[in-house]
Design a protein around this ligand. Structure first.
Ligand SMILES: [Fe+2]
Ligand SMILES: [Fe+2]
Length: 295
């Protein structure tokens, strides 16, 4: 049952969406500007390879190729998350009263997510990159998530993805050395996702009211496991293979890259803080977040 305080929050989110939303079908978003051909796909500091021996051996234009492929893969994971969250959340709300403000906001959120996915697909094409096949295990995880994740677990894993992308994209949109279509897409995404994150946080708080310690314990671990899968999925062997880089060396360099670990911890910072505040961070979860380089 939705209480009136929550109702107010969802109504506020709907009002905000009315005032500040973008049409990401606008083809001007993907127009390249002078100099874009030499610009990175994302802020190079977000490359898992940044500063490693491999990175330092590559020429500037090869590094640009690397970040363009990496951003395509990151955004591919983003699309996969956006589609998956819709399936999971719509499944849970399929029979709910459509006049409820939380359900109406979900409709708005799904509209946003579809346009984001379309915007990312167009942005990736505009910089001459392509998506890479994901690991089979990830698709299996997606199947489980879509069909079985409940309330706080579904919203928790969704929030993990949204928070991590939010931190990264705030850098991308402000980096002069990033191609304009990616900067524009990052800006739109940051603005519209801030509402999604509020929606997820509010849903999680609501779902946890009065739950048993056992359920909280299980949900805490499942959110951590889901977040681990997302964090690991951002590094894709097939993408580096396609660039002609030796995976064995790439893996060694990424595993030993303290800068990369620091950036991932930075990306997860706000999410971990939220989990801590809401009592969703136990010993087991901390161990998993450390394994994922998020803590
Ligand atoms: Fe999105
Ligand atoms: Fe979202």
């Amino acid at each position: 049952m939705v209480n009136s305080e929550s109702d107010d929050i969802f109504e506020t989110l709907l009002e905000s969406a009315k005032r500040l939303s973008f049409d990401s079908r606008d083809s001007n978003l993907c127009q390249l500007e002078i100099g874009d051909n030499e610009r990175h796909g994302m802020t190079p500091q977000w490359s898992p390879l940044f500063g490693t021996p491999i990175w330092n051996r590559l020429s500037e234009s090869e590094c640009v190729q690397v970040t363009r492929s990496e951003v395509a893969h990151f955004l591919g994971v983003g699309i996969w998350l956006e589609v998956g969250l819709q399936v999971a959340l719509l499944r849970a709300k399929h029979s709910a009263d459509p006049a409820r403000s939380d359900v109406k906001f979900l409709f708005n959120e799904c509209a946003d997510e579809n346009l984001h996915s379309l915007m990312f697909a167009n942005a990736v094409k505009s910089i001459g990159s392509k998506f890479y096949p994901r690991d089979r295990m990830l698709d299996f995880f997606g199947f489980i998530f879509r069909h079985l994740a409940w309330g706080e677990v579904a919203h928790g894993i969704v929030l993990a993805g949204e928070e991590i992308f939010d931190v990264m994209q705030r850098d991308w949109m402000n980096s002069d050395n990033v191609a304009t279509p990616i900067r524009r897409a990052a800006y739109i995404h940051v603005v519209e996702e801030s509402r999604h994150m509020m929606y997820a946080r509010q849903n999680i708080r609501q779902q946890l009211i009065g739950v048993s310690r056992l359920r909280r314990f299980i949900s805490t671990l499942l959110i951590a496991a889901g977040t681990h899968v997302i964090a690991k999925s951002l590094i894709n062997r097939r993408m580096y293979d396609a660039l002609g880089l030796d995976w064995a060396v790439v893996k060694l360099d990424i595993d030993g890259n303290e800068h990369h670990r620091m950036m991932f911890r930075k990306a997860a910072g706000p999410f971990i803080e939220f989990l801590n505040k809401e009592g969703l961070l136990n010993l087991g979860a901390r161990w998993i977040y450390r394994k994922s380089n998020l803590l």
